[in-house]
Design a protein around this ligand. Structure first.
Ligand SMILES: Cc1cc2nc3c(=O)[nH]c(=O)nc-3n(C[C@H](O)[C@H](O)[C@H](O)COP(=O)(O)OP(=O)(O)OC[C@H]3O[C@@H](n4cnc5c(N)ncnc54)[C@H](O)[C@@H]3O)c2cc1C
Length: 434
């Protein structure tokens, strides 16, 4: 429980589950009644997880902050989805087994209800929809195509409505008025979130920008500069990211598709910059984005540098394109931004990939509380504890911020653990929502 939002997620699941657990307590009952109690409780907790996951899928700039940023909020959304799936899978077999004392036909009636029993069939429909949209999330068949995976997520709406249609007429765990209040409240919120995302969210939240410059930083990496077309420029903090939607009609892929990119410019600058590495179809196409085309910007999202940690001495470890949040913070410091003493290790394969080297060194020279050091995999090998401690002897006393590929984050986490850095002082971002 690191952030206030964590309590909200817990409350959304625990309140209905505890109410059902207490109000439907079977007392001195037989095995069948206990199985029915457990089965209903699994159903209530599963539906609560599903509704909480839907409510937390809301994407409004600022809403993610109490949860520690959008990446963390969506991690909770994933865990809730997984919890819902497992609990709802348990629900039918437990309910069926509870009928065993009344004979096999009674048991089978739960698994294969009569055609007219629409409430029971709604339950099965919801479960099927969940299986279809969650299977790619568990990566049973390898890493899914992100856009298809996202589109499939709309089946969650069907699962949610079917779950409510199944629960409301059948519920025996909560008195009717309480059931209507709890499920009506949570269901209503979830439906609002769906409706918001499916209809006006894009129009209201996106800001029009013009691509003012596209500069090649290295092989397969470009920096895109953007200027607001209308209205005020985006206010943001170092470490935050935007959803970028290009409208360049010449793009081979990804036109009109939104993708998250960390802002690499400082909040003080008029121009908004992002650096894009070719990691797939859309980001490859962005390597040849045309200037003077329009693009939408939505955000800012994320909380990589939590405000409470910004004053403290910090160790930054950036790997490859994961250097972007540190470029923004370094520029912010150079422009006089209030920030704690910071030591950056810029991890790249070789000097040709250290594309922000000059800019970072210039920021370090201009500021007494910023130091920047390169780490080249080709020369130094993998980052290790000896390298960190040799160059940053007080690393153990600093807040750690790590952004880069998963193996680098893992290595940094191990070094931090060995040095006794508390878990709460370790912050990481891997540029991946899956
Ligand atoms: C918080 C965050 C910040 C990021 N910042 C940067 C950055 O500063 N610079 C940079 O080059 N890259 C950044 N990325 C990664 C970038 O978003 C992906 O490389 C890009 O979306 C890939 O899309 P694609 O179609 O080219 O590749 P694909 O082959 O379609 O996708 C490759 C992988 O990228 C991820 N991805 C794809 N589309 C999306 C999407 N719409 N939303 C979320 N993830 C997606 C998925 O994990 C997918 O498996 C960031 C990612 C996140 C989550």
């Amino acid at each position: 429980m690191r952030y206030p939002g964590d309590w909200l997620s817990l409350a959304l699941v625990l309140i209905p589950t505890l109410l059902a657990g207490l109000l439907a307590w079977p007392g001195a009952a037989d095995a069948g009644q206990w199985l029915a109690y457990l089965g209903r409780l699994a159903g209530v907790a599963g539906l609560a997880c599903l509704l909480a996951a839907a409510i937390l899928s809301v994407r409004i700039p600022g809403f993610d902050r109490p949860f520690g940023g959008l990446t963390r909020l969506w991690q909770q959304h994933h865990y809730l989805g997984l919890g819902a799936f497992l609990l709802l899978l348990l629900h039918p077999p437990l309910m069926a087994l509870s009928r065993l004392p009344y004979g096999k036909p009674a048991m089978l009636e739960v698994l294969l209800p009569p055609a007219a029993d629409w409430a029971m069939w709604a339950g099965w429909l919801g479960l099927m929809a969940m299986m279809i949209f969650l299977a790619p999330s568990f990566q049973f068949f390898g890493r899914p195509n992100y856009q298809r995976w996202k589109a499939l997520h709309f089946l969650a709406g069907l699962a949610l409505v079917a779950g409510l249609v199944h629960t409301l007429p059948l519920t025996r765990s909560l008195p009717t008025h309480l059931s209507l209040t709890v499920w009506g409240g949570l269901g209503g919120l979830a439906v609002l979130v769906f409706a918001w995302r499916a209809t006006i969210a894009r129009r209201v939240q996106r800001r029009p920008y013009r691509v003012s410059r596209v500069e090649t930083l290295a092989d397969r990496v470009v920096e895109i500069s953007l200027l607001p077309l209308r209205g005020r420029r985006l206010a943001f903090e170092p470490g935050q990211f935007i959803y970028f939607t290009p409208h360049d009609s010449t793009l081979a892929n990804g036109r009109g598709e939104e993708h998250p990119f960390t802002i690499s410019s400082a909040p003080e600058e008029e121009v908004l910059r992002i650096a894009v590495k070719d990691l797939g179809d859309a980001s490859r196409a962005l390597q040849s984005l045309q200037t003077d085309t329009e693009a939408d910007v939505e955000g800012p999202y994320g909380l990589f540098f939590p405000p409470a940690s910004r004053e403290r001495p910090q160790l930054w470890i950036g790997g490859g394109i994961g250097i972007t949040p540190f470029v923004s913070a370094a520029e912010h410091i150079r422009m006089g931004g209030h920030w704690g003493d910071s030591f950056l290790i810029n991890c790249t394969n070789d000097p040709s990939r250290a594309y922000y080297h000059d800019q970072l060194q210039a920021a370090a020279e201009a500021s007494s509380n910023l130091r920047c050091l390169d780490h080249f995999f080709e020369t130094h090998g993998a980052l290790n504890r000896a390298f960190v401690v040799e160059h940053c002897p007080d690393a153990a006393e600093r807040e750690w911020f790590v952004c880069g590929p998963t193996p680098l984050v893992r290595i940094a986490r191990d070094i931090a653990r060995e040095l006794g850095v508390p878990k709460t002082s370790f912050h990481s971002e891997e540029f991946d929502f899956l």
